[in-house]
Each structure stands twice: as structure tokens, then as C-alpha cells.
Ligand binder design. Sequence first.
Ligand SMILES: NC(=O)c1ccc[n+]([C@@H]2O[C@H](COP(=O)([O-])OP(=O)(O)OC[C@H]3O[C@@H](n4cnc5c(N)ncnc54)[C@H](OP(=O)(O)O)[C@@H]3O)[C@@H](O)[C@H]2O)c1
Length: 270
Amino acid sequence: MNPDKSDLRPWVVVNMAMSADGKIATAGREVTTFGSPRDLKALYSLRATADAVLCGARTIEETGATLGNGGDAFRRRRIRAGLSEMPLRVIVSGKASLDPSAAIWKAKGSPIVVLISSEAPAGARKRLETLADAVWVSPSKGVDLEAAFAWIRGKWGVRRLVCEGGGSLNAAMFRSGLVDELRVTLCPRVFGGNASPTIADGTAGHLEDAFPLGRPELRIHGEEIYATWKAVRSESITSKSGKTRSRKPNSQPNPLTRDASINRGLRAGS
Ligand SMILES: NC(=O)c1ccc[n+]([C@@H]2O[C@H](COP(=O)([O-])OP(=O)(O)OC[C@H]3O[C@@H](n4cnc5c(N)ncnc54)[C@H](OP(=O)(O)O)[C@@H]3O)[C@@H](O)[C@H]2O)c1
């Protein structure tokens, strides 16, 4: 981690639904919802453990997600856990291209924060500033997620954050070593298509560059497999060639006090 930056950041959980052949939507993006009702409940249960939910701009637009709390039962759960009634909603949109008519703008209840690049066109930035509760401008080219997470922690008090995709945002987070936990619901469908999005739509050129995960916890419910992995700490990541990865573990503990025995992927409009 860059020593200039605070190493205080939230505990970050990536939560996704995936087809049996590794896709998170169909190639044409027609199908974005394919988990069971249990899976949806698990998504809301997981959100009910988090201060904030994070998504990329295309996920917000294409799924109609509003990133709410899932209704009254989950709202009560949040309150019992000492959280706000609804999670803070965080969207990454480097070019500030996020659609001003997206459903999320009409769903009230908690602040919406957008993370953009300093190179975003001024007009698009202004437009988002009129819609969002806060627009954070990255100090460097692109969106520096590490700096953004430190800001989210410091400014908004976010100790636990759930990221619900999509593949481009997840890839950037894995690349930056910012993921502490990955939860995947493996669903009984085969989508096919080499253009279908996946959990992390980036590349690891070498095995050493692949983001390392530990031993999974697995549960089977109905026809779905629920898997949870924790990120492997850097000291245990040494490849055959002797190369050691530099990923620094989160200096903050997971604030979750009780096991949210759950999981799930994003549902349209959720
Ligand atoms: N199955 C599931 O659980 C699940 C969950 C979520 C999404 N999905 C699917 O995934 C698809 C969307 O994924 P996607 O990869 O196309 O889009 P995405 O990751 O949701 O959003 C991509 C956009 O977010 C911004 N962004 C992401 N990472 C950034 C970074 N590091 N720096 C700057 N900006 C960044 C950019 O916005 P700008 O263009 O403004 O720069 C980029 O164009 C949809 O089909 C959706 O249905 C499935």
C-alpha cells in the first residue's frame, strides 16, 4: 500500500451470483437475474451487515439496482446490529457517465456517493453533482480505489462494505488488492458465450498475478452452491518461481460480530 495513504479502509466483501460456467450475465446482458429467492434473501442479509454497498456504473444502469435495504425485516436487522436503516450507496463511474435517469436516483432513503476520475468531463461531473449527495474526485488518473476507500472510511464511517459488481469494478478491486472476502452463489445454469461478463473482467498474465484465495466454506441450498473465500494474506503467497506477492492484508479487522450465514448476487432492481 502506498505509504502516503491511510491504511484505514473498510472490510471489503465482493458478493456475486455466477452461472455454472462462470458467467455473471449473458453475453448480450439480457439476463442479469438468475438466482433463487433464497439467493436474493441472502443478498439482502449480507447487505444488512454492511455500512455501504458499492457498484459500478453499468451494473446500476443495466440491472436497475437501487441498493436498498431489502425491506422492513432487513431494516430492523440493521438497526439491531447498530447500523443505519439503509446502507450508504456508492457508485464508481470514472468518466462520470452514470445515467442521470437510472432508477437509483429516484429511490430515496440513504445518501448516494459517486467516485469519479479527475479526468471526467466537466459537464458530466456537474450533472452528477446535482444528483448525488457527494461526488469524490480521484486525485489521480482513473479512480484510485484505495484512496477512495480510505475517504469512505474516514468521511462516512464505513467499516464494512459489500461490493456487488460488475466484472470491471471487481477486476480493479482485485488488481488493487482491496478485496478481503469473496462470496459467490453458483447457480444451476450454463450461459456460454466468450463475451459474457465474469466476476472479474480483467486479466492476470501470470499465475503469480492471480488474486489468491484461501480454503472455501461451502454450503448447498436447493440447487445452488454458496461459497465464501477469504483473501490470502501476503506472507503466505509465494509462487513456485519464488516470487512473493506484495498484497498487504487489511490492517482493520472484519467488524462483523456475528456470522451472516448467507450470501448472494445482484438481482434486478434490488
Ligand atoms: N451476477 C451478478 O451477481 C452480477 C452482479 C453485478 C453485475 N452483474 C452484471 O455485470 C454486468 C456489468 O458489469 P460491467 O463490468 O460491464 O460494469 P460495472 O463494473 O458495473 O461498471 C463499469 C463502469 O464502472 C466504472 N468503473 C468501474 N471500475 C472502475 C475503475 N477502476 N475506475 C474508474 N471507473 C470504473 C466505469 O464507469 P465510466 O464508464 O463512467 O468510467 C465503468 O464503465 C451487467 O451485465 C450486470 O448484470 C452481475
